[in-house]
Design a protein around this ligand. Sequence first.
Ligand code: BEZ
Length: 390
Amino acid sequence: MKHIVMAAAGLATGFALPAVAEDIKVGLMLPYSGTYASLGNEIEAGFRLGLETYGGASGATFEVLTEDTEAKPPVALGKAKKLILQDKVDVLSGIVSSGVLGAMRDLIDGSKVPLIVANAGNDEATGEACSPWITRLSFSNAQVNRPMGTWLHDQGVKKVYTLAPDYAAGHQMIDAFAASFTEAGGEIVGQQYTPFGKTQDFGPYLAKAQSSGAEAVYVFYAGGEAISFVKQYDSFGLKADLPLYGAGFLTSPLYVNAEGPAAEGVTAALHYVPTIENEANAAFTSAFKAKTGHLPSEFAVQGYDSARALVEAVKSGASDRASLGAALRKVSFEGPRGMLSIDPATNNLVQPIYVYQTVAGPDGLTQNVLAELPASADPANGCDLAQVSN
Ligand code: BEZ
């Protein structure tokens, strides 16, 4: 466990602080090993930049305790119990895997510790299994993929083959895409789910996709699996005849350079790309690049906005588990993704989705935005948090 205290920026820059500054203990739960390790490091970098940028104005200090969840629900549950019971954190943030989030839901709800989700898109956490203690500053799996079914059909693609890792996120992302694609009149001609975190050789799966009669392939892969998949798709010779589409984590700016030319021409959807043009994003991208040497990805902005949400909650007067939980659900601010608004019924962000293509630019691979698809709230599926006060 890393344990770092981030003093309010006011101390460094000479602003006056209130006589007694609150100390907010944050448990940051991320994968620092396994297929999603790079995502964890990127979210932490964004989170720390968010605290550094905005924390000073709150008059509080933020003590950040990190724990490695890997992408393993039992590991994460053990770490969460330690942070809640032993370290007595005021708030938790992080969580990359939908499987981990699903496993943690009852612990969070029962122990009444607020959780700011900085990645995991598990639809149920802001749907049928929602909790007033869970607020999501990232995306939901359906939100990213639902608009792509309609968009792809509108581009004239009628038959698609799908692939994804065999766990909650893989199933939810593909289900959302397939529902809107078939509703638009398209046909899913075949589907496969690959063993999560274990598949090294995608060849047998790609062979089936190739002979399926599909006009395109739509996938969800992220982290190390995305790099392997995109490279093998290209070296299998599929890219020219069977264009590759997907949830945009596939060609995330975080690791697209590791994919190299294999990623060129892949078209995908995300809630953030660093090429979005607005003032807040210009400030964020240059500050993040100055810190890390690379442009921020969707994972970085999720960490940054999660930290900002925490700061805004503290600024509104919250300082312990109960008051932070209540305040987090109500935060609203203008960030690199534009004006952020949290759906009061589900505690999920409502945000536009960008269809982008990875193209060669003057400084390497970059994201060319092809379309901005309007924001729409996910179905609440019985969740009605607007009625709940915590
Ligand atoms: C998930 O498990 O929810 C997830 C993991 C990596 C990228 C996007 C979603």
